[in-house]
Ligand binder design. Sequence first.
Ligand SMILES: NC(=O)c1ccc[n+]([C@@H]2O[C@H](COP(=O)([O-])OP(=O)(O)OC[C@H]3O[C@@H](n4cnc5c(N)ncnc54)[C@H](OP(=O)(O)O)[C@@H]3O)[C@@H](O)[C@H]2O)c1
Length: 270
Amino acid sequence: MLRGKKIGIIGTGNMGKALARGLLQANVITREHLLLSDRKAERLSTLVEELGAVSASNEELIAGCDVIILAVKPQDMESMLTPLRPLFRTEQLLISIAAGLRTDRLERCLQTEIPVVRVMPNLPVLVRSGASAYCLGHYASWPHGVVTSLIFSAVGLVVEVAEEQMDSVTALSGTGPAYVFLLAEAMAEAGAREGLPEEIAGYLAVQTILGAAQMMTQSDDSPSTLRAHVTSPGGTTAAAINRLEQQDFRQIFYNGVRAARTRSAELSQE
Ligand SMILES: NC(=O)c1ccc[n+]([C@@H]2O[C@H](COP(=O)([O-])OP(=O)(O)OC[C@H]3O[C@@H](n4cnc5c(N)ncnc54)[C@H](OP(=O)(O)O)[C@@H]3O)[C@@H](O)[C@H]2O)c1
């Protein structure tokens, strides 16, 4: 579905750059079919040089692309789109990755019946292991979802959700990498408190998370089955898990996710 199509990315910061690299590495598109623009000329030229993609102004990119990915900060979106409005065509697909910006708000801003898809990716798209969820705008339909899936599967896993669920996505996978970073910190600190050199405790914590994550993605068993397999009655894992459960680990964790979802909903209203 992407054959012959031109994809443009406006904004080549962290996310735009990761997407551009991922699309080329996964052979989703050729370099001549990838247009990039950014108001930071130096940032743009460095990336264009690295990837061999096509450098463009925002206007050239919109004129020349079938799929346009908006990867600027949410607060820059409306001021960027407003002067470009007359250039958009209804046969194009517009994909926004801006956190908290609803599709109806983008549609109102564009004043055109253009298909809009909103995607919430997460930071590990930088290492092509992202988790992205998308929802369709008012003028978008399943083929636009398929195109979005093809693009974002170049940098990890992709699922479709309803727009009402986007705040929950933000709270789970959007914010989630930080939960795992916190877990790594807590594990390393605990190891150091129990007598390990700090550096070694840090290495062991991170490698343990990596290994466990790989097992969860490669095994047919659920995380809870994998955990049951390593929890022998009366053993060390049982001692640790029982203590965490008694101290309401799941509720504490849920409180954090809930706080993130509430904040995401507040930010969407602003
Ligand atoms: N980072 C994450 O983990 C994450 C996760 C999910 C979603 N997102 C979303 O992804 C989007 C991009 O985030 P990011 O972290 O990649 O931001 P970023 O690093 O700041 O990149 C955005 C780039 O767009 C440029 N830009 C701003 N206005 C422009 C305009 N009018 N025309 C052309 N380029 C323009 C910026 O230039 P300046 O530097 O001059 O502003 C910057 O180079 C955001 O909307 C964010 O909500 C990010």
